[in-house]
Design a protein around this ligand. Structure first.
Ligand SMILES: Cc1cc2nc3c(=O)[nH]c(=O)nc-3n(C[C@H](O)[C@H](O)[C@H](O)COP(=O)(O)OP(=O)(O)OC[C@H]3O[C@@H](n4cnc5c(N)ncnc54)[C@H](O)[C@@H]3O)c2cc1C
Length: 382
């Protein structure tokens, strides 16, 4: 690599690593700088659910992004495996949105609303009554009255996916710098020329802010107050010793994600507690009880581990993607909230194209930083 790389990606979570991967694939020389070992924050902590969508029918800009991104996952997973030999655990396992209401008509109404209104343009879903639900997943509680079945719902094993991405990046010549916390910008005439970590100055042709929940700090140093903020999510990992069900179970914003080996990831909370990654007994107990309610046999499962991660929340339901106004060579890819794993392939593709000087092949205006007024957190200009 020449002395000054084409791109410095700041932040080595799933967003930074995927962006680095696509940029390096297109021939750019890329450095990733993370303040710690890459892949240990929200991207590690998440559940890895990838909701299905239909790119041709998606109705909203975010819905389209999600639908396209979900559709990219199978191919990306194969690509990563061929390049690195690492399986990221991607599997289209299907999902069930559990209904607690007995009212079958209400279930059909919800399914129809979902079909019509979901931004992702979902077409493949099925309404299940009690009998059909238990035929599909016999170990679910007998008294669950029904569910909506999403056959296209998928999951990835976050730590495996991150390992595969990191290895793929390194094989493509990406240099990964750990222990490199970016603290300061050096700008000249509407360009960023370098950043400073505590110990050194790093130069590059272009820069990408991909620091997840911490992105706001770097944006604020440049006068942008976007309102990206940490939202804590707690998880309980149960181990039942054998698989009790195969589909992801969702109930409101909570879920159970079955891993193939009998482990079940139970999540999650949404808490505004700053940058605090501690777990709380109250939340963990609520999650455990929710799991036992849906799958009674889980009462016998061992509680293997608990953790919390900080999602990068955003103020208006959409991530910030694209150039940072005022600078010709600075981009942001942050604020993916509950969908950062899901949205990572399309984010990498979009920012990768921008770094090449190309127009992305998807409409991205809705995610532009211009929708916020500099200095006013979370206030959209349009
Ligand atoms: C409990 C939980 C469950 C989730 N479930 C899902 C799910 O099922 N599906 C889904 O799609 N998403 C899910 N998410 C959300 C998803 O994990 C995030 O949206 C995604 O990981 C964000 O990725 P990121 O790369 O932007 O941030 P992060 O993974 O947080 O990475 C940011 C990186 O930037 C580094 N950094 C920060 N500041 C600096 C600095 N100044 N200089 C250098 N480096 C810096 C950090 O060390 C870190 O490595 C979940 C999240 C949580 C917490």
């Amino acid at each position: 690599m020449s002395h000054v790389p084409d791109v410095l990606v700041i932040g080595g979570g799933v967003i930074g690593l995927t962006t680095a991967y696509y940029a390096a694939k297109s021939g750019l020389q890329v450095v990733v700088a993370d303040r710690q070992e890459p892949g240990w924050e929200s991207s590690w902590a998440g559940a890895g659910i990838i909701s299905p969508g239909n790119p041709a029918r998606a109705r909203t800009p975010l819905g389209r992004l999600k639908a396209v991104s979900a559709a990219m996952f199978p191919e990306l997973s194969i690509e990563l495996r061929e390049l690195t030999g690492i399986d990221n655990g991607y599997i289209c396992c299907g999902g069930l949105e559990i209904q607690l209401s007995e009212d079958a008509w209400e279930r059909r109404r919800i399914a129809s609303v979902l079909r019509q209104e979901r931004g992702e343009g979902l077409t493949q879903l099925e309404v299940l009554d009690r009998v059909a639900l238990h035929a599909l997943e016999p170990n679910l509680a007998d008294d669950l009255p029904g569910a909506i079945h999403f056959p296209g719902m998928a999951q990835v094993r976050n730590p495996w996916h991150l390992r595969a991405l990191l290895s793929a990046c390194e094989r493509l010549g990406v240099v990964v710098r750990s222990d490199a916390e970016v603290r300061q910008w050096h700008t000249r005439e509407e360009r960023v020329v370098a950043v400073s970590t505590g110990r050194e100055r790093l130069e590059a042709g272009a820069f990408v802010i991909a620091c997840g929940a911490w992105s706001e700090m770097l944006l604020q140093l440049l006068g942008w107050r976007v309102g990206i903020h940490p939202v804590r999510g707690q998880i309980v990992l149960l181990n039942a010793g054998r698989p009790l069900f195969t589909r992801i179970l969702q109930i409101g914003s909570d879920y159970l994600v079955p891993r193939g080996d009998g482990r079940v990831l139970v999540g999650s909370t949404e808490e505004r507690v700053g940058f605090d990654k501690n777990t709380t007994e109250e939340a963990l107990e609520r999650l455990r009880q929710m799991a036992y309610r849906l799958v009674p046999e889980l009462r016998q499962a061992e509680v293997e581990r608990c953790w919390a991660g900080l999602r990068p929340g955003n103020p208006d339901g959409k991530p910030a993607l694209g150039p940072v106004p005022g600078y010709h060579n600075l981009y942001v890819a942050a604020g993916h909230f509950r969908s950062g794993i899901h949205l990572s392939p399309v984010t990498g593709r979009i920012i990768g194209a921008m770094l090449q000087g190309c127009t992305p092949d998807l409409p991205v205006n809705a995610f532009a930083l211009e929708r916020f007024r500099p200095g006013v957190p979370g206030v959209s200009e349009n």
